[in-house]
Design a protein around this ligand. Sequence first.
Ligand code: FO1
Length: 339
Amino acid sequence: MNGRSQFVPTEGRVVALCGGVGGAKLAVGLQHVLGERLTVVVNVADDFEHLGLHISPDLDTVLYTLAGLSDPQRGWGRSDETWNFMDALKQIGGETWFLLGDRDMAMHVERTRRRLSGESLTAICIDIARQLGIRSAVLPVTNDKLSTMVDSTEGELEFQRYFVGRRCEPVVKQIRFSGAQDACLSEEVVASLDAEDLHLIIICPSNPYLSVDPILAVPGMAEKLRATSVPVVAISPIIGGQAIKGPTRKIMDELGLEPSNAEISRHYAGLLDGLVIDITDAAGAGDLGVDVHPVPTLMTDLQSKITLAEHALAFGDSLRATHKRRIRPLRSEAHHDKT
Ligand code: FO1
């Protein structure tokens, strides 16, 4: 498979399950192609309370990235940032291990105020996305409290303490999602997955263990992926036998998992119809138990994000025709069948 795009469906909605930085890059490409036909369902298990504020790092990253406001070097936060608040906080002996930029602070203060006044995280997110001019829908997977807890050689750490505070240095023994059993998918997420005109579900190339698993841990989500009549396609985070972004490789090593597409396919077993893998991993891929689509998956600029999105969409569309699952036809296809 070369780097050229194929047929990209021009109708039907797409739901993308997404973590922070890596997933948000693909979301940009998907938004470019699909616009308002895209719904991005975002991990909220990285959320925590800090300095009395509700911080939603993955939601922030997806919102800023889709709005064209994100810092391309850091991958999180805003590009036009200044740090006067942090400097002043440091001066008076406040906590400075987690960086909150001056402009970014507006997001945390406003979200916290609206949550305290009783609004749901979903309602706030939908409104802020609209204010930022984002065309696609951005939805937290749940409005309930969900927290990634990392059991490590330094004991159990709240996710941001492990990820930012300790820079992923402690060895990971286990990961659990506190609150998952009692969490509910939001009404809006359920509606997006049950939509009559849903065409495809995409799992973004986010960290499967830290970013996608908490989404799948919310009761009902994995069941919906298993039962859906549309194809489910994941984009593997593995490139050239390495996990390209962040701590995925380190965590896989520590959990005794080999950094391979076979492992990614095993991890999502029963949920996937297809796996997009990097072209450099095509030769040694073997039988991954799902349909495989090898294309360049490294996203360095806008064009590579759009091209990968087009490949994923075209691949998903091809699975609608060939797949063993009963794929529900789009209304227009159903109509076409009858004529
Ligand atoms: N990541 C860091 O590595 N250091 C930070 O100080 C930091 C601050 C921060 C503030 C707001 C926000 O929305 C995200 C922030 N992130 C920071 C990113 C974030 O913690 C992680 O990238 C994700 O949680 C992992 O997906």
